[in-house]
Design a protein around this ligand. Structure first.
Ligand SMILES: [Ca+2]
Ligand SMILES: [Ca+2]
Ligand SMILES: [Ca+2]
Ligand SMILES: [Ca+2]
Length: 433
């Protein structure tokens, strides 16, 4: 009779770490013949199968004789032949599979907690944190890991690289209108074994977003200054001071730019580093007396917050007093000189550079010695010509000398400057006695 197998199939699944020389399965064949019924078992099949598996030729116990750790094959096909003791023997065979469970380990996050502090204008794609898990299995895909975002409010702002575990920014946090500044993202991991195992404990990533919450603020805006026109080129005339209450760069990093106004930037320069305004041109050559410089400060947010400030610069062009030169005038005239005739001319000069700051107006002042003088003499306020106002001949006091004074002032704006000293005028009269 020919042996025949019983109790099959013999398919089994074992762990990758199956110990050596321990029975995995026992094949059993029977021979019902009265003779030639002694059965011996032998293993045939692929070289790989024969490398790792062996069989006890008497008991039919199949066992491992070489470790499967690190072996990538997961299914071994074994072919067992049962032979009786005839000559030649009668034989039968059975084929079965041993499936190796290489996926002995589930991935474990190490560490489990992560945190990142990021600015809201962090560039898309920036790696915020790299989560890592360990799978103690020895071969792929049993130790090949796949990371995934499980949940978390606002988690759609982030994306994870499933292979590397790098959590990246997927959307601009600046435009997250929820204004949320803290995110807790729950991340899972599984291996890619045919019967995948997912880590029991998730990883948590805490993300704190630093937002651009404050605009720049100029201190002491507007900056009003008054300077003489003689300030030299390069002189500092104003200093902008600006602050931003945010505590994190770039939200408190301010860039200042001169943006106007009118011709202010023509005559003044602005140094964005020192934040100072300086004279850029010779101001004595300009007629303007008021300039504005508008400066904008922009922080590093995306979008940025900004503020503007104004420097208002008033130019003083009337810097000098007019002064008489000479200070005293004397002449002699006939008493018959008709009204309107010029008698003498007083002169004052003003060292300012331009009109009307250096234009002088004249007037007469009485002196106590002769209170009647101004009845008979007047002055052209523009030219300084002193002329006869009414007939001297008609002065019944018949004085021989008129004494009075002349004052002057410039025509400066916004305020006029008077001559500090008056001029003295003495007019002697030749009378027909
Ligand atoms: Ca037999
Ligand atoms: Ca695994
Ligand atoms: Ca800011
Ligand atoms: Ca003047």
């Amino acid at each position: 009779m020919t042996p025949f197998f019983v109790n099959d199939p013999y398919d089994r699944t074992i762990q990758e770490g199956q110990p050596l020389n321990i029975r995995i399965v026992t094949v059993e064949a029977r021979d019902t013949g009265a003779a030639y019924n002694q059965i011996r078992y032998s293993l045939i099949g692929t070289r790989e199968s024969l490398t790792y598996f062996a069989i006890n030729d008497v008991s039919g116990d199949v066992y491992l004789n070489r470790s499967l750790v690190g072996v990538s094959s997961s299914i071994f096909t074994l072919n067992v032949v049962a032979s009786d003791n005839g000559v030649p023997p009668k034989q039968n065979s059975t084929v079965f599979t041993i499936t190796i469970n290489h996926n002995q380990n589930c991935p474990i996050f190490s560490p489990k907690y992560y945190q990142a502090f990021i600015a809201e204008n962090t560039a898309l794609g920036t790696v915020l944190v790299n989560v890592t898990a360990i799978d103690l299995d020895t071969v792929a895909p049993y130790n090949t890991l796949e990371y995934f975002i499980k949940s978390g409010t606002g988690s759609d702002n982030f994306v994870i690289d499933s292979r590397t575990g790098m959590l990246k920014l997927a959307r601009s946090l600046s435009i997250d209108t929820s204004g949320v500044s803290q995110y807790n993202i729950i991340i899972g991991v599984r291996d890619l074994a045919p019967s995948s195992c997912t880590a029991i404990e998730d990883a948590t990533v805490f993300i704190q977003v630093q937002r651009n919450q404050n605009p720049p603020v100029f201190i002491n805006d507007p900056y009003r200054v008054t300077i003489p026109e003689t300030r030299p080129i390069g002189d500092i005339v104003a200093q902008f001071t600006v602050q931003d209450a945010d505590t994190v760069s770039p939200f408190n990093v301010l860039t200042l730019t001169l943006v106007g106004d009118d011709d202010g930037p023509t005559y003044f320069s602005f140094d964005p580093t020192t934040r100072r305004v300086m004279v850029a041109r010779n101001l004595t050559l300009q007629t303007g007396t008021f300039y504005r410089l508008r400066v904008v400060a922009v922080d590093g947010g995306t979008p940025p917050k900004s503020a503007t400030a104004l420097a208002e610069i008033t130019i003083l062009k009337n810097l000098k007093d007019p002064a008489f030169s000479p200070l005293s005038y004397t002449t002699t005239i006939d008493e018959t000189l008709p009204p309107g005739s010029s008698v003498l001319r007083v002169t004052a000069t003003d060292a300012d550079t331009s009109s009307p700051y250096n234009l002088v107006s004249y007037s007469l002042t009485e002196t106590q010695s002769n209170s009647q003088a101004l009845s008979y003499f007047a002055i052209d306020k523009s030219t300084g010509d002193v002329y006869v106002r009414q007939s001297i001949y008609g002065d019944t006091s018949r004085v021989l000398v008129y004494r009075f004074g002349a004052a002057c002032t410039d025509n400066g704006l916004p305020t006029q400057r008077p001559c500090p000293t008056t001029a003295s005028i003495e007019i002697n009269i030749r009378r027909n006695r």
